[in-house]
Design a protein around this ligand. Structure first.
Ligand code: NDP
Length: 263
């Protein structure tokens, strides 16, 4: 005998990050905001970190009551200490850290000097190390740490010399940190985005050429489109949740094939 389906029977969805506490650096823009939104949609609460008060404020309005913003510079160790102390005072121990804040300095070995070297390494490498270092005393054992790399670590694109080097080391950090933290069962993984549609991308393109250049970039991607912050967000949800409990020290390419596939 067939049992009739009830039309009003709703699918009961289980939120994979219900009540998990997350901190997302650079959560007020682009990929970081996409990650914060995706974690929130799975039930997480917590903190976004950045320096621009206006975008911090507008982002928390969009994320809703379970998120707050902390204005802090990820290259400043005292600021990082304050972020994790305040987070744990407000929400309790932290389950998920996303070290996402970063950005490029454009130039070659012939043009970039000491100031650019220090600035690029501070923002893309030192900040990642100390985000994790300062977060650890405030984290739950069994937590998940997600680092954000870049496809610039895999191919030597012109002008991404220092940035690519810093991101290569970030990929190594996922392995080394996972090894360091085995005793606490904290897993560390890295997501490598390819070209993704964010305000950072727009910074390098004159406004009147944005559409043409984005179409060109899309045509260069093996998959035929550039990435969206939500593409990275979905992967971050997986790495933050128990669904990825057997994955540590790993790199997940979310790059439309651009790191390894010939077009
Ligand atoms: P955005 O410029 O949109 O966002 C960068 C974020 O980092 C902002 O929220 C910014 O906040 C924050 N940030 C920058 N410097 C600091 C600082 N010193 N202290 C605190 N926060 C800081 O860039 P994306 O979203 O594109 O980039 C996010 C990550 O993804 C970066 O690590 C980037 O390298 C990586 N990536 C991006 C790709 C792309 O194509 N977009 C491709 C591959 C990797 P605020 O301005 O308020 O300080």
């Amino acid at each position: 005998m067939k049992v009739p389906l009830r039309n009003n029977c709703k699918k009961i969805e289980k939120m994979s990050l219900k009540n998990k506490v997350a901190v997302i650096t650079g959560g007020n823009s682009g990929i970081g905001f996409g990650i914060a939104e995706a974690l929130k949609n799975e039930g997480a609460k917590g903190v976004i970190v950045g320096r621009n008060q206006q975008t911090l404020d507008s982002s928390v309005v969009k994320l809703g009551d379970n998120f707050i913003a902390i204005n802090a510079d990820v290259t400043n160790l005292a600021d990082l200490e304050r972020v994790f102390k305040e987070t744990s005072e407000k929400f309790g121990k932290i389950d998920v850290i996303v070290a996402n804040a970063g950005g490029g300095t454009v130039g070659t070995v012939a043009t970039l000097g000491e100031a650019e070297f220090d600035q690029t390494i501070d923002l893309n490498l030192k900040s990642v190390y100390f985000t994790v270092n300062k977060a650890l005393p405030y984290m739950n054992d069994g937590g998940s740490i997600i680092l954000i790399g870049s496809n610039a670590a895999h191919r030597a694109y012109p002008n991404f010399t220092l940035y690519g080097a810093a991101k290569s080391a970030v990929i190594f950090f996922a392995k080394a940190f996972s090894s360091d933290l085995l005793g606490r069962k904290i897993r560390v993984n890295v997501i490598t985005p390819g070209t993704t549609d964010t305000p950072a991308f727009d910074k390098f393109i004159p406004e009147d050429q944005i559409d043409v250049i984005k179409t060109h970039f899309a045509s260069e991607m093996p998959i035929g489109r550039i990435g969206q912050p939500s593409d990275i967000g979905k992967t971050a949800v997986f790495l933050a949740s128990d669904d990825s409990s057997f994955i540590l020290g790993a790199e997940i390419l979310v790059d439309g094939g651009m790191s390894y596939l010939a077009k």
